[in-house]
Design a protein around this ligand. Structure first.
Ligand SMILES: Cc1cc(CN)n(C)n1
Length: 327
């Protein structure tokens, strides 16, 4: 059995939400290939933090005795609580004994997020934050039902896309799929590009980072980012706006990763014009920004992933790998 779930972007493609049924309640979760915990807003939160969200009814649920979780994300947001076992359905696929992590505390970023009802982690289960015993991700729990141990993402700019589980949909991409090996030793979908380019300017330095559907932007070393925006007239690193901004009518340089020898994976400049900074100015915020202190790895987030059909292959032909094709 395979499955497909439709994922929809919030405003400015800030995050993509996908319906997940837990028990008999449907949650809209942020699928995150950069973490490995499935957590939901719950009745253990202060009531005001539950408002407007689907809420997990812990009093009707099967507790995992003695288990708890606490997670800190690269953007400084955090959450924690206790753990239950429940039936989780995504795109027609069912995991009967899925660890569902009920949130009892949320950081301000989540308290402010009016749309997401939690996260569904799709990184490797070694990254799961449940103690005393790590729990398996939804993907690991349904893997044996799938034709192939793969997740394929088709995230789009300002339009619904899909998560395919167990199969690769040839109708969703053009040209060849180019595969690159993944180093899963830190629990992420980590890969290395042999070189990269800003437009025609190729830089023969390798770039290692993670494919992360839960991060909005592309996050790179600050000197690399500064070099990118040197090509964009009027661009400036603005402390007021928290990163590089430029006139919204700027023509942005494409960003290319060179992988698997000589295959180019290119993000068109249009996708790097992330969003206007706000009503009065004609300034736009860049889709490539510097990684913050908390993040010690480059992150190829949604701005990057939106240009590709991406196959997260956990080992259909040996080790884990990522496949990229234009969409
Ligand atoms: C909530 C959340 C998830 C992620 C990506 N893994 N970030 C940066 N923040």
């Amino acid at each position: 059995l395979n499955g497909t779930a439709v994922t929809s972007p919030e405003a400015n493609d800030l995050e993509y939400l996908t319906p997940v049924t837990i028990g008999n309640v449907t949650f809209h979760l942020d699928f995150d290939t950069g973490s490995a915990d499935l957590w939901v807003y719950s009745d253990e939160l202060p009531t005001d933090e539950q408002t407007g969200h689907a809420v997990y009814a812990t009093t009707d649920s099967k507790l995992l005795p003695g288990s708890s979780w606490e997670i800190l994300y690269g953007d400084g947001s955090s959450a924690g609580g206790d753990v239950f076992a429940d039936t989780v359905v995504v795109g027609g696929l069912t995991a009967t004994m899925q660890a569902v992590e009920a949130a009892a505390t949320l950081s301000a970023e989540f308290e402010r997020d009016a749309h997401s009802d939690g996260l569904l982690g799709l990184a490797f289960s070694t990254l799961n934050m449940v103690k005393p015993q790590k729990q398996s991700t939804f993907f690991d729990n349904v893997k044996s039902q799938l034709d192939l141990p793969v997740i394929a993402t088709s995230l789009k700019h300002g339009a619904p896309g899909t998560y395919d589980f167990g199969f690769i949909d040839e109708n969703k991409y053009t040209g060849p799929l180019t595969y690159v090996d993944v180093d899963s030793s830190r629990g992420y979908w980590t890969f290395t590009a042999d070189a990269y380019a800003f437009g025609d300017d190729q830089i023969s330095t390798s770039l290692t980072g993670i494919a992360d559907t839960g991060t909005t932007l592309i996050l790179l070393p600050s000197d690399t980012v500064s070099r990118y925006y040197a090509n964009v007239s009027g661009a400036q690193d603005s402390p007021l706006h928290g990163g590089y901004v430029f006139p919204c009518d700027s023509k942005l340089t494409p960003f290319t990763l060179v992988v698997a020898g000589n295959h180019s994976v290119t993000v068109p400049g249009e996708l790097i014009n992330y969003a206007p900074v706000g009503s009065v100015s004609n300034l736009c915020f860049g889709g490539i920004q510097a990684a913050s202190g908390l993040v010690d790895i480059n992150i190829f987030g949604d701005v990057f992933l939106k240009s590709q059909y991406v196959v997260f292959d956990a080992g259909s032909q040996g080790g884990p790998r990522l496949g990229f094709a234009n969409q």
